[in-house]
Design a protein around this ligand. Structure first.
Ligand code: NAP
Ligand code: F7E
Length: 337
């Protein structure tokens, strides 16, 4: 039997990789797209199937996590076997500028979706995209038993979504799980997250398109993994006999400075000649160190990461260098397809 999935945040980094994964497994994939005044489907254009095509396995719907009625209607129409809630205002620095919006979409949005599942009366499994940002100030290593101490409106909103998911599991017996994912990156990462900001700048500096890169705190420690491997862990979480929550991480720490060094060196550049400080990119309260312990996922999901931070930096630099070369040659194709 073909399974059906609904993905919120289908146009994002993870939504695009998860769509590819589920399609490769024979799923029919429905994606929730929010309305934008310009195209926001660049990451999924290569798998797009137009409304005129017959027997579509990839179908997009306009809706929004702020609109609970639209969510109920969509769930009643699609009746998915699995729902992946990846939609969010996902930028930590931006969450300080738009805290209420972030709380509404990233926090309350998770509850709206869970309640919409309940209201629509369908039997479906729900994945909630929880985050290592929930651990915030609690020192590493962090695992499923580590107390939360969020340090941003984004982290606070994710804690709300986390507990809403646990509550719907306990109160209604719903198969609802939290994937507590540590930072994961790829050539499709949004351009203002630090890894992509760095690798994109490396490519542009190498091509002579810019000479300086402005950054904030270089001392922060993160556990950076490779997004295509992390969406596989999401899928595995919904295939188990019992619902439970999992940390997904590499366990390998690196500072922003180390990522910089690796990325610039891979292109034959010295980062110290190009990087400048701008306090604008610092946060009112920072998360100093996130290093995950994913032994539960290794044991119960048989999930293990292969791409570690240095290879990740090189993959991203290579992709951005190719993208800049293609752009300069007049082509518009994305590099990772
Ligand atoms: P992303 O690239 O920023 O994608 C976020 C998605 O949410 C986009 O499709 C975006 O649409 C959509 N969205 C934003 N506001 C929405 C709204 N009001 N209604 C419906 N959809 C909305 O994020 P990602 O890196 O793929 O991450 C996926 C999820 O995992 C997010 O919930 C994120 O918070 C969480 N997470 C990410 C990481 C990480 O390191 N990447 C780690 C832990 C948890 P547009 O394309 O139109 O903006
Ligand atoms: O920052 C520092 C910054 O914005 C990483 C999201 O996917 O992962 C992500 O959140 C670090 C921070 O990611 C700049 O202060 C320095 O310490 O790439 P980021 P994040 O805040 O860790 C978690 C797990 C999520 O769930 C989120 O959705 O880098 N940093 N200079 C900078 N960061 C940015 N963005 N820009 C700078 O110029």
């Amino acid at each position: 039997m073909t399974k059906t999935a609904l993905i919120t945040g289908v146009t994002g980094q993870d939504g695009s990789y998860l769509s590819e994964l589920l399609l490769s497994k024979g799923y029919t994939v429905h994606g929730l797209v929010r309305r934008s005044s310009s195209f926001n489907t660049e990451r999924i254009d290569h798998i797009y199937q137009g409304p005129q095509e017959t027997g579509r396995s990839f179908v997009l719907h306009h809706a929004d996590l702020s609109d609970g009625v639209a969510l109920v209607n969509l769930l009643r129409e699609i009746r998915p076997d699995e729902v992946y809630n990846l939609g969010a205002q996902s930028h930590v620095r931006v969450s300080f500028d738009a805290p209420l919006y972030t709380g509404d979409v990233t926090g309350l949005g998770a509850l709206r979706l869970l309640e919409a599942v309940r209201a629509s009366g369908i039997d479906t499994r729900v994945y909630q995209a929880s985050s290592s940002e929930m651990f915030g100030a609690t020192p590493p290593p962090q695992n499923e038993k580590t107390p939360f101490h969020p340090r941003s409106p984004y982290g606070v909103a994710k804690v709300y979504g986390y507990w809403a998911t646990v509550n719907y599991r306990e109160a209604y017996g719903m198969y609802a799980v939290n994937g507590i994912l540590f930072n994961h990156e790829s050539p499709r990462r949004g351009e203002t997250f630090v890894t992509r900001k760095i690798t994109r700048a490396v490519a542009r500096i190498k091509a002579g398109l810019q000479s300086e890169l402005y950054l904030g705190n270089l001392d922060a420690v993160r556990d950076w993994g490779y997004a295509p491997e992390y969406v596989d862990a999401m899928w595995r979480m919904l295939q188990q006999d019992e619902p439970t929550d999992y940390v997904v991480a590499t366990g390998v720490p690196a500072t922003v400075r180390q990522f910089l060094e690796t990325a610039f060196a891979h292109a034959g550049l010295d980062w110290q000649e190009h990087v400048r400080h701008d306090a604008k990119y610092e946060r009112p309260s920072e998360v100093d160190a996130l290093i995950g312990d994913a032994s539960k996922a290794a044991e119960l999901l048989d999930w293990k990461p292969e791409v570690m931070v240095e290879d990740l930096a090189r993959i991203m630099v290579d992709a951005d260098v190719k993208q800049v070369e293609d752009q300069l040659a007049g082509a518009t194709v994305r590099v990772d397809r």
